[in-house]
Design a protein around this ligand. Structure first.
Ligand code: EPZ
Length: 421
């Protein structure tokens, strides 16, 4: 069976410009929420990520009309129908769960299979379902499907037991067209939630409070169409920034939103990385060898993001000294460790802790991406390693990075996508 892999030869310095694409994790809920709107919606900066393509495939099953030309995507929901969403469709991405909130908002009924996505932990959806139930949605879970009836759904108060990005977004969608005021307490504060609020409000919704602990949604009768562009992806930006801190030589990262990457920037300041910020641009030059950053733990925004943890682990692998990472969000998010060890890293994992003793060098090896961000981390490791790395399972990377090898080649990296038997 043939397979696409990245062949990487490490050791090059990177210079030139890398432009950050629009945010995957903002686009996914926004695309799902188009079901709530009437008329035409035109998105102007849609990146070529396979997760976005898979979300569009599900929308097409609901008879949403989608036209795509390069980064332009138009969505028309005039003939949207309420169809059962099969496991075959939901298995491809976690974000399929957003369809549940959107369908309940529009049709007051939905049948959907459990979401799939990157295997970084058990990733339950109990918080979403409990919140729907608290507004009066009747839910039956049977034979791998979730049957929801929101005939008696009423606006009200929802108190999330713990912070969930997806559950916050699900409830924003389901309440946007619900008569009365719905108040969500203990919500996630991720920038992608602000972006969903901005989109829905631009289409006529009345939502306020994103970025704080409480979101208030006053239901409206109808949402319209319009034109929209999504903000830059903070995880791609962070990935490029980590790469620049290791092998950048005046590496220019454009379309960079400083306020969404403050935590990482502060770490880089402390580890003496050389960077210059100007408006939406940052220019990074690597130092000889960064000192290690003693301890970081992944937590909801504005703390350190779990989606940058594997890339950060690579940075610490090459730092001078020992560092500890605590992964609080997902129980299987140290999957890259084994692969980095093959490349010469010295990492000890104990439950939620990874203890990293920095090494001077990594060596190229045959390694496997287990998920999207672990894959991004291994690309960085390959670019820093001596010799050749063959990186397998790169379809994971295509979920949230657009032709990464071409972008990196453009700034001097020796990386290519090849088909092997
Ligand atoms: C979003 O996932 C992102 N995905 C993830 O990005 C990101 O890692 C995560 O938020 C955390 O920042 C999208 O936006 C599409 P959560 P989500 O609900 O919404 C637990 C990437 O690489 N939980 O905030 O699924 C959960 O297990 C991806 O781009 C429950 O227990 O994350 C986790 O420990 C991967 N029950 C914590 O809450 C629930 O019902 C936070 O998860 C929901 C979540």
């Amino acid at each position: 069976m043939s397979e696409e892999v990245f062949l990487i030869q490490g050791g090059n310095s990177l210079s030139g410009e890398l432009k950050v694409e629009a945010s995957k994790n903002a686009y996914l809920p926004i695309l799902a929420s188009t079901i709530l709107c009437d008329g035409n919606i035109e998105f102007l900066n849609v990146p070529d990520f396979s997760d976005i393509e898979n979300m569009c495939e599900i929308l097409k099953v609901l008879n949403v009309k989608i036209k795509r030309e390069n980064n332009f995507l138009s969505v028309n929901t005039d003939s949207v129908v309420n169809a059962k969403i099969s496991h075959e469709l939901t298995a491809k991405l976690r974000a399929s769960i957003f369809l549940l909130g959107a369908l309940l908002g529009r049709f007051r009924q939905a049948v959907i299979s459990y979401p799939g996505g990157c295997k970084i932990g058990t990733r339950p959806i109990d918080i979403h379902l409990k919140a729907f139930r608290s507004l009066g949605v009747k839910i039956v879970e049977k034979h791998g499907y979730i049957y929801c009836n929101a005939g008696n759904m009423k606006a009200g108060k929802v108190v999330f037991p713990s912070v969930s990005v997806g559950a916050t977004e699900s409830l924003m969608m389901c309440a946007a067209l619900l008569e009365g005021e719905t108040i969500l307490y203990n919500v996630a504060k991720e920038p992608e939630i602000k972006e969903l609020e901005r989109f829905l409000n631009q289409m006529g919704a009345k939502i306020r409070g994103s970025g704080t602990d409480t979101i208030r949604i006053t239901g409206v009768k109808k949402l319209t169409g319009g034109e929209f562009s999504v903000f830059p992806d903070r995880i791609i930006a962070g990935t490029y920034l980590i790469l620049g801190s290791l092998c950048g030589k005046n590496l220019h990262i454009s379309n960079f939103k400083k306020e969404d990457n403050e935590f990482l920037l502060n770490i880089l300041k402390e580890t003496a990385c050389d960077f210059k910020l100007k408006n939406d641009n940052i220019i990074v030059t690597a130092q000889k060898r960064n000192p290690s950053y003693k301890f970081v733990e992944t937590l909801p925004f504005p703390s350190f993001p779990t989606d940058l943890q594997p890339q950060f682990m690579v940075m610490e692998t090459l730092a001078k000294g020992t560092s500890v990472i605590k992964e609080n969000l997902f129980e299987n998010r140290f999957n890259q460790t084994m692969e980095l060890t093959k490349m010469g890293a010295d990492i000890l994992v104990k439950d939620r802790l990874a203890i990293i003793s920095g090494v001077e060098k990594l060596f190229g090896a045959d390694v496997y991406a287990s998920d999207l961000r672990a894959g991004a981390g291994l690309v960085i490791a390959g670019l820093m390693a001596e010799g050749y790395t063959t990186l397998h399972n790169i379809h994971f990377i295509d979920r949230g990075y657009e032709r990464l090898e071409e972008k990196l080649k453009g700034v001097g990296a020796d990386i290519k996508r090849v088909q092997i038997e």
